[in-house]
Design a protein. Structure first.
Length: 144
């Protein structure tokens, strides 16, 4: 994965029903390869996922490095963290994750400036994951 040339997968592109897992696998692969580009591995959204699972960014990167596919990464995580990956825990995480929004005036000001530069008419975008999808030029349906 070379994030200097392409985007990681969408934050809401799920693997076994879990938001962010495909994206953080992409970012860990790029981190391991030294090809993150402008991306940050272990950013706040990564930390939200890693804290939910109960693993450090370094340990997660090692798992990704030693497993060649999304499915084998998931299988290793399932062996170690079955409660965190259960459907109930995944649904709770997904709700919290997809609702995450700027929580300080400084973050809100930065969020608003990025949104304005991308599409000032998109006042329906209020969460980090929707902003990422817009920024990475993925379709973001309008909310009513």
């Amino acid at each position: 994965m070379d994030l200097r040339k392409s985007f990681p997968r969408s934050p809401v592109d799920r693997l076994h029903g879990i938001d962010h897992l495909k994206r953080i696998i992409d970012k860990a692969r790029a981190y391991n390869a030294g090809t993150l580009g402008e991306y940050s591995y272990n950013c706040p959204l990564d930390q939200m996922f890693l804290n939910h699972i109960g693993i450090s960014a370094e340990d997660f990167a090692r798992i990704v490095q030693t497993h060649s596919s999304d499915e084998t990464v998931y299988a290793e995580l399932w062996k170690r963290f079955p409660k965190a990956l259960s459907p109930e825990a995944a649904n709770a995480f997904n709700h919290t994750y997809e609702s995450a929004a700027p929580d300080t005036p400084e973050k809100k000001a930065w969020f608003d400036s990025v949104l304005k530069s991308l599409d000032p008419d998109r006042t329906d975008i209020t969460t980090w994951v929707r902003l990422l999808d817009l920024e990475e030029k993925r379709p973001v349906p309008h909310l009513k």
